[in-house]
Design a binder for this molecule. Structure first.
Ligand code: NZQ
Ligand code: ZN
Length: 387
């Protein structure tokens, strides 16, 4: 096990009716709040009126910035920073999925910074201050509600880039599984693929002696695999929604990666896909992850055998470990298909003409890959496997 520091200070408030607590939680940070949300799902569900009422009850002055798009854009982040500065806003409340939260995180670090917030996403500077951020989560997927990450797309060149720093973890996040009842099945499935990918990016490592986190990863994956068909059948199954929602946070708050080298190749490739083709992040991962697995499994067959056995109950073929490993990868693909996700680029209408460009962009700023360090040629090979 490697040395590590783990600090996840985000306060999680979980359960029915907990959204009512947001205003009270924000109170210590001031009385001018930026209410940040997406394209209207929270208005349709009635959550918006509830939140506005509770903020007014606590005497907040509310400034709204809505219209965050999936794969959130830098232009809106600039808009948010400008608004916060002009109105002297004290804190932000993000209500929505990962895109809204990430947009809010970028605004939160951008407000106190003198330069261009994009500097943080290209490694030109690191944030040193932040304005406080609270979250009401409506989509279990990205784990952004407690993660140290924030992913933004710069429309100038369609670069989708992440910033990772503990400073951007929200002060609190409210998770009410009932708020996820309105998710369309495809969005639920995309969220599930993302949650599983966050665990698997950490699970597939060459670091030895990471038993505890291996078991935690397997338990998280198994819980998601078991409960997903339940919510597909009955979207209002509270307990199954709750299991998935909590798994989404656990998968990406950093705990499961403690003491081990992580990989993240599949995410980096997916960010190129969703940066250019504007696809749902989880759908892109359902295509890229199995392709990456097929490309790298021979590097650490034993780990892939363990995954097949412990996550998918594949029977061990002692004379042919590679067959066991491949069966585990096949089960993952079958699972994604069974919940309505694509597993090929063709299904996403993505042609091969920009593979080279995406591969170059992928390795441009930082080296990628923990299990295997990737060159741009490797990335093209993986994309070809995903066709
Ligand atoms: O915009 P609204 O109207 O709210 O609709 C959204 C959006 O259209 C809708 N939705 C959300 N909650 C709903 C709902 N519809 C009905 N009922 C609800 N309860 O779902 C659509 C997708 O929302 P979005 O926030 O884009 O999805 P997700 O949570 O998957 O976020 C994806 C973004 O997060 C990034 C991804 O790359 C992508 O940009 N990621 C962020 C990470 C992080 N910060 O830690 C890590 C991830 O690996 C990921 O890269
Ligand atoms: Zn992800």
């Amino acid at each position: 096990m490697n040395n590590f520091t783990f600090q996840c200070p985000t306060k999680i408030i979980f359960g029915r009716g907990t959204e009512d607590q947001a205003a009270r939680e924000l109170k210590p940070y001031g009385n001018k709040v930026l209410l940040h949300y997406g394209g209207g799902s929270i208005k349709k569900s009635g959550l918006y009126s509830k939140v506005v009422k509770s903020l007014k009850d606590e005497d907040f002055e509310i400034f709204e910035l809505s219209g965050v798009k999936p794969n959130p854009r830098l232009s809106m982040v600039y808009e948010g920073i400008k608004l916060c500065r002009e109105k002297n806003i004290d804190c932000i409340l993000a209500v929505g999925g990962g895109s809204v939260i990430d947009s809010a995180k970028a605004i939160a670090v951008g407000v106190p910074y003198n330069g261009d917030v994009w500097d943080f996403f290209i490694g030109k500077a690191m944030p040193e201050a932040v304005i406080p951020l609270g979250v009401i989560l409506t989509l279990p997927a990205t784990g952004s509600e407690a993660s140290n990450s924030c992913v933004i797309t710069n429309e100038d060149g369609w670069y989708k880039r992440g910033l990772n720093i503990d400073l951007i973890r929200p002060k609190f996040s409210i998770l009410n599984p009932e708020l996820t009842y309105t998710l369309p099945p495809f969005q639920t499935a995309c969220g599930v693929a993302d949650i599983m990918a966050h665990v698997m990016e950490r699970y597939f490592t060459n670091t030895p002696h990471v038993e505890l986190t291996d078991r935690l990863c397997e338990a998280t994956l198994r819980t998601v695999i078991k409960n997903t068909p339940v919510v597909m059948e009955n979207p209002r199954d509270y307990d199954a929604r709750a299991e998935i929602m909590w798994a989404g946070t656990i998968a990406h708050n950093g705990l499961l990666g403690t003491g081990r080298q992580e990989d993240w190749t599949s995410h980096k490739i997916e960010h190129e896909l969703s940066g250019i083709y504007d696809i749902a992040h989880g759908a892109g991962l359902a295509v890229v992850f199995p392709a990456w697995m097929k490309y790298v499994y021979k590097i650490n067959v034993n780990r892939f055998v363990q995954y097949a056995k412990k996550v998918w109950d594949v029977e061990t073929n002692l004379s042919d470990p590679e067959a066991t490993a491949l069966e585990g990868i096949k089960r993952l693909e079958q699972f994604f298909k069974s919940i309505g996700l694509p597993t090929t680029l063709k299904e996403l209408d993505i042609p091969s003409d920009r593979f080279e460009e995406m591969a170059q962009k992928c390795v441009k700023f930082t080296p990628i890959g923990g299990l295997k360090r990737m060159t741009s040629e490797d990335i093209v090979n993986i994309l070809n496997l995903a066709k």
